[in-house]
Write a protein that binds this ligand. Structure first.
Ligand code: PEP
Length: 267
């Protein structure tokens, strides 16, 4: 698979060689449509463990909307922050069932995931729409976590970088760097137990970094790029030490405090 990826040399290689990865990693958990009130015990466990031994990473948990304010009350004063999983482009209005970025911020959220592949696939979200959501988040004081990633068919057709970089370009268009986080999540790796090779992850993250720098030189160096897709306690350390991997977006393994803590400790 690595052989099909264009070499990163085309993408601002001098910038890449000159920079060092000194960013504090971000470990973000995406609970998706999982979690009732009982699940808040998992957050309580994380808070207690981090009090005993602080983490070397920033930590974010994105529970369903229904748990945000209760979760935020539990983590207040701890190293954990709470985020949403999606927001509308508008601040308010006739959008039954939707949540605005301003509402998330009002509930205590500090960040929001936008453009997750499940939103792109199940709700027809385009990168232009994702850019609007990222802007709405930024305007409301939230850090947008912008997800990008290719499908298995796109990968098999050899179009990984073309897809990923075009999603990137269109999704970041409305927010100035470094006021967003990128999550590279190959769609075929989400919830499947499959991951790209370490070399592929490193190559794609380097290409994303190059594109960010081409877009906005200095600020582009400061944008955190997370890897997401079947990150587990046993593969987290190897992934998190790759160049230009500045953290992880974790789905299934973020639901249990013991697994999520192992990933946090790997950072
Ligand atoms: C995700 O949904 O963002 C994700 C990375 O899921 P998982 O870790 O379960 O693959």
């Amino acid at each position: 698979m690595s052989a099909r990826l264009p070499h990163v040399g085309q993408l601002a290689i001098s910038h890449i060689l000159n920079m060092r990865d000194t960013m504090r990693p971000l470990i973000a958990g995406n609970w998706k449509m999982n979690g009732l009130g009982d699940s808040l015990h998992e957050i309580e466990r994380l808070v207690a463990e981090l009090l005993e031994q602080p983490a070397a990473a920033d930590i974010l948990i994105c529970p369903p909307f229904t748990l945000i304010d209760r979760a935020e009350a539990l983590v207040r004063g701890s190293a954990i922050q709470i985020g949403g999983q999606d927001c509308h482009v508008d601040a308010s209005g006739a959008h039954t069932g939707d949540i605005s970025a301003a509402m998330l911020a009002d509930s205590g959220a500090k960040a929001v995931i936008v453009g997750h592949s499940e939103r792109r696939a199940n709700h027809g979200e385009t990168s232009a729409r994702v850019a609007g959501k990222a802007k709405a988040a930024h305007v409301s004081g939230l850090m947008p976590i912008i997800c990008i990633g290719e499908t298995e068919a796109e990968r098999n057709a050899g179009h990984v970088l073309e897809i990923v970089l075009s999603q990137l370009r269109d999704s970041i268009a409305l927010v100035p760097a470094p006021n967003y986080v990128i999550a590279y999540e190959p769609v075929w790796a989400i919830g499947t137990g499959k991951t790209p090779t370490l070399q592929d992850i490193a190559d794609i993250h380097s290409a994303i970094r190059g594109a960010l720098i081409d877009h906005e030189a200095e600020p582009g160096k400061q944008v955190r790029i997370l890897y997401g897709g079947s990150v587990k306690p046993d593969n987290a350390a190897a992934i998190l030490c790759l160049p230009h991997v500045n953290g992880a977006l974790v789905g299934g393994a973020s639901l249990k405090a013991t697994d999520f803590m192992k990933i946090i400790r790997a950072a």
